[in-house]
Design a protein around this ligand. Structure first.
Ligand code: PDD
Length: 291
């Protein structure tokens, strides 16, 4: 076991040590990035919103025309087994399905006899240290160079990888993706903006991943009477925002306090984001930890 991946992992119907989990060099995930994935947070050994994550997996598989190799019930059983075997209370479960390995390289789909490759494993949920959260993080903007179906959670993530790496090399935590002068999302997160007390959220289009955390934010805003408008956000509005936050299953809600070296608002995490973070923590401790 590595410190970051628990044994056993799940591979094609078997539970086995990571060191024994082998995949063909001809696997289409490796050759073409031809596959899909999910990341499910686990709190107190309870998978959070597993139905929603598995539904998004199903939607992504349909989007790339690959049949789901496991039923919803089978995926849940795999996830439960991985959670039970892992040493951590809070985890993140990674699922991946690729179009499998043929005996040759060919762009077009392999014959139906080629079975998909299914992989799943548990990692510890790495939370943001309190001092980092209290300060907020730095981000850059970059041109969104991804393809036209960013609503699908596919493993071909090269544009996201290059954007995040650029951010890291500039001492930043995230890269915000701008397409046609509008904010879409982060390299691996959804982005919210606050202006004059109103939360703005980019709409779910084919240019953004429909985040599970994004949905929780919308629900919490509704529940607590926080004004929130779903609409396109221009680059100008992003730069003039009072607050900017990133959200994801692993980062939860994290304030972005500098953007391209300029302060966002006061340069401190703002009050609306702080309230949302608290609602999220309350929700996590009362609902998520109970499953
Ligand atoms: N990424 N947008 C992108 C491009 C993402 O990769 C992610 C999550 C999100 C947030 O989605 P959710 O709230 O469902 O986690 C938005 C995961 C965590 C990853 O790739 O590791």
């Amino acid at each position: 076991m590595t410190p970051f991946v628990a044994d056993p992992v799940y591979l094609n119907g078997q539970f086995l040590p990571l060191a024994e989990a082998g995949i063909s060099p001809l696997d289409r995930g490796f050759l073409y990035g031809d596959g899909v994935y999910e990341v499910i947070p686990v709190y107190s050994r309870q998978p959070f919103r597993i139905e929603e994550h598995l539904r998004r997996l199903e939607a992504t598989l349909a989007g790339i025309r690959l049949a789901n190799p496991l039923s919803l019930g089978d995926w849940k059983a795999v996830v439960e087994k991985l959670i039970a075997a892992a040493p951590w209370e809070d985890q993140s479960i990674y699922l991946q399905v690729t179009r499998g390995a043929d005996d040759k390289r060919d762009h077009a789909f392999p014959p139906a006899s080629v079975t998909p490759t299914s992989l799943a494993f548990a990692s510890p949920l790495v939370t943001t240290p309190a001092d980092v959260r209290a300060r907020g993080v730095a981000a850059i903007t970059v041109a969104d160079q991804r393809w036209a179906r960013c609503d699908l959670k596919v493993i071909s993530l090269l544009a996201n990888v290059l954007a995040r790496q650029q951010a890291v090399e500039e001492g930043c935590a995230e890269a915000l993706l701008i397409r046609d002068s509008f904010l879409k999302e982060g390299a691996a997160s959804n982005i919210f903006v606050v202006k004059d007390g109103v939360v703005l959220a980019p709409p779910k289009t084919q240019q953004m991943l429909p985040g599970i955390t994004y949905d929780v934010i919308l629900e919490l805003a509704e529940q607590h009477g926080q004004a929130l408008v779903v609409r396109e956000i221009s680059e100008g509005e992003l730069r003039a925002a009072d607050e900017v936050w990133m959200t994801s299953s692993t980062k939860e809600i994290l304030a972005i306090t500098t953007l391209d070296g300029a302060l966002v608002g006061t340069g401190q995490p703002g009050p609306v984001g702080e309230r949302m973070w608290q609602w999220y923590q309350d929700f996590k401790n009362t609902v998520m930890r109970k499953g």
